[in-house]
Design a protein around this ligand. Structure first.
Ligand code: NAD
Length: 282
């Protein structure tokens, strides 16, 4: 039976440490603040933003929410980002995705100042990650790396198979794992014979968005399984991409859903805001 990687407890520990750092910053006259832009009324996005707000309250970070109508123009969105860029009291800017299709998210991410880009989506920060330079690493991959580190799972020379090639999870994970000297395979919807790529992997990271997608027969004995997916099963229960009940008996380590990658993502966002606030005034 696998060891369950407890992302919830680790995230709480990280947040407690950040709270102390935040108090220290405040003593020095720095009041860390995150601005979150939410466009439209996507219900999942609203839940994510609420969770981020709660985490900010917990750590002591000020939170400012900008709710924009789904019909907002690209020009107005960019104008708002520029205003936030120049506000000295705002240290981090986050644009909650997805945004309506008529808007250009790439231009929006490009506009967020790299020093305030706490989600790590500005192309400059993406490039720095690729070059293994200090930067803001996007929060989900960063949280995964922290969990692996905390549980003493070394990536050096390991075969890591990532499933899902999104800009926010799969692609930055390639760099994170490469930077730790892993041999990385990335799979996606056009990959043929997926099992061929998962069966010999020491570590499998699933970011697909399909319940019970990774089954016991697809992994080797003792593999480490990281489940990024957030799905609802037929009973409306929150589940990941992994058939947890069966895979748990074959893996050596596994993250649960909920309580694995999700809380770590939010903790790393808090980490990035504190980092941004500390850096701006150094
Ligand atoms: P996405 O939804 O943008 O893309 C899904 C990826 O899965 C694509 O790259 C696609 O090529 C791949 N895919 C689809 N079908 C496949 C198949 N049959 N075989 C192999 N690959 C296939 O990805 P995303 O935004 O990275 O989200 C993935 C999942 O992770 C979603 O469930 C999302 O809700 C969840 N998520 C969780 C967190 C968290 O903090 N826990 C953060 C981000 C995303």
């Amino acid at each position: 039976m696998a060891t369950i990687i407890d992302g919830k407890t680790l995230a709480q520990k990280i947040r407690s440490n950040l709270k102390l750092e935040c108090e220290e910053l405040k003593k020095n006259g720095i009041n860390p603040k995150l601005a979150v832009i939410l466009v439209g009324d996507d219900s999942a996005s609203k839940v994510y933003v609420r969770n981020k707000n709660k985490a900010c309250e917990d750590v002591g970070i000020e939170f400012e929410e900008y709710l924009l109508d789904s019909s907002i123009t690209q020009e107005k969105l960019i104008d708002l980002i520029n205003v936030l860029n120049y506000k000295k009291d705002i240290h981090g800017i986050l644009l909650q995705s997805p945004i309506p299709r008529h808007l250009d998210i790439n231009e929006a991410f490009r506009t967020i100042l790299p020093e305030k880009d706490v989600d790590g989506f500005n192309p400059l920060n993406v490039g720095k990650l690729a070059l293994n330079q200090d930067t803001f690493v996007s929060c989900t991959p960063y949280g995964i790396m922290k969990m692996l580190e905390e549980y003493g799972i070394d990536l050096n020379g390991k075969n890591v198979t990532i499933i899902g090639r999104s800009n926010i999870v799969g692609k930055p994970l390639i760099q994170c794992c490469l930077n730790k000297d892993a041999t990385v395979t990335i799979c996606h919807s056009r990959t043929k014979n997926l099992k061929e790529h998962t069966i010999n992997a020491d570590i499998v990271i699933a970011a697909v968005g399909k319940a019970k997608f990774i089954t016991e027969d697809m992994i080797k004995n003792g593999a480490v399984i990281i489940d990024v997916g957030i799905n609802r099963d037929e009973n409306g229960k929150l589940v990941g991409d992994v058939d947890f009940e069966n895979v748990v008996n074959k893996a050596s380590y596994i993250t649960p859903v909920p309580g694995g990658v999700g809380p770590m993502t939010v903790a790393m966002l808090m980490n990035n805001v504190i980092k941004a606030a500390s850096k701006l005034y150094k």
